[in-house]
Design a protein around this ligand. Structure first.
Ligand code: HEM
Length: 410
């Protein structure tokens, strides 16, 4: 990878805005994400472990459960173990993980997802389109927090009463406010996992994380007992998955499903605006699935995905030893092929690397695709382009994103 490919992102307005978001999230992040491209396909880097920047090697690691583990140092499971306890290992890998994914699989398939999104978010998507068409200014981030919170809560099996119990200080009659709070808690918890290179948490972060987990899962025992079988909690109960595991999975769902999606929605809307590519989409709405895929590629909200080496193994001509840490730089790999293009054709090499791969491929992938397509549908429903009235980036957070992104149709 050449120096030219490193400076390329600075050439377009939309890439500069994206780099600014990354910088404000954590100043070191854009530096690392751009410079790892110079290291070659795989290289051991002090402080980071084995750095992978090649899509085929990334796929090899994701697909090889015999030599790599998500619960090893650097993997997401390792972080959750510190917050929830050793039992998490049963939930994240091996037989327990397979059992849970099997129990809930159909709740994440396309048919159910379409029903879920219409049930929980249909009204939100319609009012977004109506408000924009009526000339109102809409803060896409505030809107996303409510909508994404509603969808995740419905999927898990929490209703607004459960969430009102979770936040006793909140006004129980302000239903959008309750879902916004749930999303914010998910975002807060994700932020304790900051630091691409250092999965170890401070005692203070650990205590705060446990408090948030406790809060967002305080209703699980009740919902676990009563939730319908078309919800994650109901399905876990029916399949004999313990209440303790259900608590862990609820926390995981709220964290995994909120911050990444909310950040991606805001960044997608800004990317389309800043690049002028919204006009390509407005001219041909049939490219919506391509635009969604392209937005996921360029934003790559989970910028780096970690694994631990569980047994010695050769990757790309290098010998990785048991106990080593591996970082797959998903953002760097995905962004190497070029700038944002709303109608970019499918790139087989990348497939959907923004959702990782193998047995831990994001279970919410279909849900995210449908949610993003519905957002675009609402934005282009009136046939007019939008402009950004106000934007504010968030600082000090795991997934770069906007705190505020106010748009209006022009
Ligand atoms: C733009 C939005 C999203 C992105 C970019 C994203 C990305 C990812 C990635 C990269 C992983 C794999 C991590 C690894 O291999 O270590 C993952 C796993 C996961 N995601 Fe997502 N995600 C998104 C939204 C969602 C949503 C909406 C949900 C659910 C409501 C969700 C639930 C999960 C779960 C439960 C896992 C763990 C899967 C497993 O280990 O088997 N995600 N996600």
């Amino acid at each position: 990878m050449s120096l030219t490919s490193i400076v390329a992102p600075f050439r377009t307005v939309e890439s500069r805005q994206e780099l600014k978001l990354l910088f404000l999230a954590q100043p070191i992040v854009p530096v690392v994400l751009l410079s790892v491209r110079l290291f070659g396909k795989i290289r051991k880097v002090p402080g980071l472990g084995w750095v992978v920047t090649d899509p085929l090697l990334a796929r090899q690691v994701f697909n090889d459960a015999n030599h790599f583990t998500i619960v090893g140092l650097g993997g997401a499971g390792f972080w959750w173990k510190q917050v929830l306890g050793e039992w998490v290992l049963e939930l994240f890998d091996g037989v327990g993980h397979h059992r849970i994914r099997t129990a809930v699989r159909d709740l994440f398939a396309a048919d159910f997802t379409n029903l879920l999104i219409e049930r929980a978010g249909g009204e939100s998507f319609r009012s977004l389109a109506e408000d924009l068409a009526a000339g109102k200014q809409v803060d896409i981030v505030a809107w996303s927090r409510v909508t994404v919170g509603r969808v995740v809560a419905d999927l898990v099996g929490m209703d607004s009463n459960d969430i009102a119990d979770t936040f006793p200080d909140a006004d129980p009659s302000d239903i959008p406010g309750l879902f916004r709070l749930l999303s914010k808690e998910g975002e807060n918890l994700a932020n304790y996992a900051m630091g691409i290179g250092s999965p170890d948490m401070t005692e203070e972060d650990m205590a705060s994380s446990r408090q948030v987990v406790h809060r967002i899962t305080s209703m699980v025992p009740r919902a676990y007992a009563t939730a319908g079988s078309d919800t994650v909690l109901g399905r876990l109960r029916d399949s004999g998955v313990s209440e303790q595991h259900a608590v862990g999975l609820t926390a995981l769902m709220v964290v995994a499903g909120t911050q990444t999606t909310i950040a991606t929605i805001g960044r997608m809307v800004a990317l389309l605006h800043d690049s002028g590519e919204q006009h390509t989409l407005l001219a041909d709405p049939s490219i919506t699935p391509d635009t969604v895929r392209e937005s996921l590629r360029v934003t790559s909200a989970a910028a780096a995905v970690g694994r631990g080496v569980s047994r010695d193994v050769e990757v790309g001509g290098k010998m990785l030893k048991e106990g080593d840490e591996v970082k797959i730089f998903v953002w760097s790999i995905n962004n190497a092929i070029g700038p944002f293009k709303a109608d970019r054709a499918y790139v087989p090499e990348l497939r959907q690397l923004w959702f990782s791969g193998g047995r831990h491929l994001c279970i919410g992938a279909t849900l995210v695709n449908v949610e993003l397509a519905r957002v675009l549908g609402a934005l282009i429903a009136d046939g007019r382009p939008w402009r950004i009235v106000e934007r504010k980036a968030r600082s000090r957070l795991l997934v770069p994103g906007y705190e505020k992104l106010v748009i209006e149709l022009v």
